[in-house]
Design a protein around this ligand. Structure first.
Ligand code: G4P
Length: 536
């Protein structure tokens, strides 16, 4: 099959949500439709449960299990579907943000009772950074939830994106009868069904059709007709191009646990979601159809078995064809490497692959040669954009508890931060090490792994910072002045870029007013034009 055909049949996406909205359930139902699993409950083990927050080893074990299910691929109606899994636990949100750099689109699950939640907003803001196309699935319609029009308002307001319903619920909670598909002009009758994959469809092209009342009763028929008129008044017809540009999000309603609205979500998704296209590099834009292979590492997962220190690097293929045992160029290390055991992931199975195409994610056994963001190519020096670090939310100073193991501690923290477990900032004088994470849990994980994998003992001293901002200046002199003046709040990230550690929004605003020639960036990726990255 030609490269172009391989690309056009691939859809690589992530299902994301605030914990408990139904991401795992929806993923599982997609896998059932795709025939990748045969029983419900198969991907449940992938979920990091709330009850386990204090038991981080259990969480690590579950993360171990999740390596196998990190990418779930299956074929459906001639298409190749790659679902990139993201951890449900909020302390691993950074893993999720990074995974979003590797997808071509996203399905965002929202609980109809709770509406837009904290994590929903954060995830959406990450999608907005790259204009990732988003489909919204409003879940749990079998339960009494918010009014659907209110939900649409809430989505537009809190997620800052235009929405367009493509299906519409008839009743809700105990009186939930089904959805009307505004896109296909089809009525879907709800029948609770937790295990099978059947859906009862009634082809009713014209809403004025009297047969409608036979299915949903007179009152609901009238309400549906009124609602649909209102929707047509309020919303422009669905525009696929605006969706693909990340400017409008189509909205579907359903009940994942009851398998309701899932098949039409999947099928519409496959029709409208974009295949892999082009991707920006610092040097140029890389088109997926270019014959030469290129790809980047967006995630690294450590092997939990202490006897096998190797890690798995997850590589997203951006252009051309990847082949096993062929030499590729590692841009950062400036050397050729070949891979004899690249793997692909099919639900719970890892399989050796001979070749892979744009949109695919492959696992490469890694003996510490990779960092997140590394690029492989056929010789060209490329640096893919859009793989930034985000500001951590919790900061602690790393304290060495065993001076005889300083080297081990340094190596360990270096490697763990390269894996993306946390971010490391260094402060001068004294080489003070500040570790930043999005959740408390990571500190337990780091401490445990430093001790068990590197033989180093450490403590973490809490620091009072709220956010880290990458700073640039209008001129190198302005930046130098700022870095010297505020030295006690400046640290350097792993690439030696200066960050300002902010204690509060109030302080940040004061500083912004005092230093008008300095720019503060909440991610590590920003326009390079004003960067004066000179270490003081
Ligand atoms: P997450 O991955 O987003 O965290 O959510 P998950 O799918 O695990 O779903 C969270 C809870 O919501 C689960 O219940 C799940 O069964 C339930 N759920 C998912 N979809 C629906 C739906 O359409 N309707 C209703 N009523 N519930 C739904 P749980 O009790 O936490 O777990 P479990 O014991 O069912 O596994």
């Amino acid at each position: 099959m030609s490269l172009e055909k391989e690309i056009s049949k691939r859809r690589t996406f992530a299902i994301i949500s605030h914990p408990d909205a139904g991401k795992t359930t929806l993923t599982e139902k997609f896998l059932l439709f795709g025939g990748a699993i045969v029983t419900a409950g198969a991907v449940k083990s992938n979920k990091i449960r709330k009850a386990a927050t204090s038991d981080f080893m259990e969480i690590e074990k579950q993360r171990g299990i999740s390596v196998a299910t990190s990418v779930m691929g299956f074929d459906y109606n001639g298409m190749r579907v790659n679902i990139l899994d993201t951890p449900g636990h909020k302390d691993f949100a950074e893993d999720t943000y990074r995974t979003l750099t590797a997808v071509d689109s996203v399905i965002l699950v929202v609980d109809c009772i709770k509406g837009v939640e904290e994590q929903t907003e954060k995830l959406m803001s990450v999608c907005r950074m790259r204009n990732t196309p988003v489909i919204i699935f409003i879940n749990k319609l079998d339960r009494e939830g918010k009014d659907p029009f209110d939900l649409l308002d809430e989505l537009q307001e809190k997620l800052q994106i235009h929405v367009r319903p493509l299906t519409w619920p008839i009743g809700g909670g105990s009186s939930f009868q089904g959805v009307y598909n505004l896109y296909q002009k089809e009525l879907n009758i709800f029948e609770p069904n937790k295990t099978g994959i059947s859906e009862n469809k009634a082809k009713i092209v014209d809403l004025a059709d009297e047969k409608m009342t036979e299915f949903i009763g007179k009152m609901e028929t009238e309400k549906l007709r009124d609602d649909v008129h209102l929707i047509e008044d309020l919303f422009e017809p669905f525009n696929e191009e605006l969706y693909r540009d990340g400017l409008i999000a189509p909205v579907f309603f359903g009940s994942a646990i009851n398998n309701f609205g899932i098949q039409e979500l999947l099928e519409t998704f496959l029709k409208i979601a974009p295949p892999p296209s082009s991707r920006e590099c610092i040097e140029r834009t890389v088109d997926a159809r270019e014959p030469k292979f290129s790809g980047f590492v967006f995630k690294i997962h450590a092997n939990l078995d202490p006897n096998h220190r190797d890690r798995i690097a997850f590589l997203k293929i951006c252009s051309g064809k990847f082949e096993r045992n062929k030499f590729y160029w590692h841009t950062r290390l400036n050397k050729k490497i070949r891979f004899s055991n690249p793997t692909s992931f099919m639900a719970n199975e890892k399989t050796l692959i001979e070749e892979a195409y744009p949109g695919d994610v492959i696992g490469l056994y890694d003996n510490s040669v990779f960092k997140i963001g590394d690029t492989l190519s056929e010789g060209e020096s490329l640096h893919f954009k859009g793989i930034p670090s985000f500001s951590p939310e919790i900061f602690k100073e790393l304290e060495n508890r065993d001076p005889f193991k300083t080297k081990q501690l340094e190596k360990g923290i270096q490697q763990l931060t390269e894996e993306g477990v946390a971010q490391l900032f260094t402060q001068q004088p004294g080489n003070r090490k500040i570790v930043g994470t999005v959740g408390e849990l990571q500190f337990d994980v780091i401490k445990f792994r430093l001790e068990h994998e590197y033989g180093a003992k450490c403590d973490f001293r809490p620091l009072n910072y709220k956010n880290a901002y990458w700073v640039t200046g209008n001129t190198p002199a302005a930046l130098q002045h700022f870095l010297r003046d505020r030295a006690s709040l400046i640290a350097f990230d792993k690439e030696d870029r200066p960050v300002y550690l902010s204690e509060s929004d109030w302080m940040l605003n004061m500083i912004k007013q005092s230093f008008s020639e300095i720019q503060f960036h909440s991610t590590s990726e920003f326009s390079e034009t004003k960067v004066g990255l000179v270490k003081s």
